[in-house]
Unconditional design. Sequence first.
Lengths: 168, 198
Amino acid sequence: MDQDLAKKTVEQLRRAGINFVTYLPETRLSSILPFLEAERFFQLVPVASEAEAITIASGASLVGKQSACYMEGTGLFVCSYNLLTVSVRLGVPLLLLISYVGSFADQRNSFRFAPTGIRTEAQLEALNIEYQLIANCHDLETKTNDAVRMMNALKQPVALLFTGDFTA
Amino acid sequence: MNRHDCLQALVPHISDQLVVPSVSGQWIWGELSKHDGNLLLGSMGNAIGVGLGMALALPHRKVIVLESDGSVLLSLFNLPTLGSLNPDNLVVFVFDNEAYSGSRISRPTATAGKTNLAAMAKDAGVSYAVTVRDIEAFNREMSLAVKEKGLRFIVAKIEETFEHRKVQRSDVDLLENKYRFVRYIERTEGIPVFRGRG
């Protein structure tokens, strides 16, 4: 992922009000991590499983943080139980920042990722989680702002699936 | 020592702490404590994570998690994260009856055999992790944990009782409890939790 795009992504998260981010490092969007670390606005929480990325961020949201969880697309399947039993059931605003591995526009797609990728949107739909795809920087500002507004309006998790230029 | 005795001993120590019970303790805790700072989850494997998120987000506020052996075993990845992040305002009580003790079942968990949750927490980096086996030891650890700073992971070995089967379940559903909890946070912290107005 291009450094400039990574920087813009992090700037946009800050402008949208996200101030608490749980994460499990992955490959596609990893360039955003140094920018997140450099920006003191964000409280960053490294985790050992996407499952606790969800529960920790949910706890933070319930006491006033605007929380996001950054994970690889495969992590969505790991944390589906926690999304369903905590965030969706209780109604907790969360922004899921998902690198959409195995999607059509994943520029590093392979037999390792495609079988997961083709099930990602169906999984979000099964969980009743609203989502948007972002493939380039033109959509970044609008879709990030829209997603944060939606998560707060719905009081539910909302997902941004990063593909295209974000997966280069 | 049983769960009811431990929770009853804890009740008078609760003032402005935030309390997150896992599913197995929430029926008894919900009956004993009407504290607005109780967040009932109604599920297993989530309480440590949710409590940890609260503790990190509100570092000046004590957070108490009421867990069980089966629930901790479901989310063991929490232990290294607790050890790494080491929030000094979080206390985790694990009520370990060595059984999956539901409304109709009683089957042994791994802690009925060789598994030692306090030792696992310690090796995962939680420096204060102990096991207590009687109510006197529980009371001693509990009153220190509630009062003093520092991450504590306290495993209370309890008898398996079936009291939870007799407790009348609350008619406050999880959503209603969440709103009550959130309004309590807004009131006591003076911050908005949910953004936006209708």
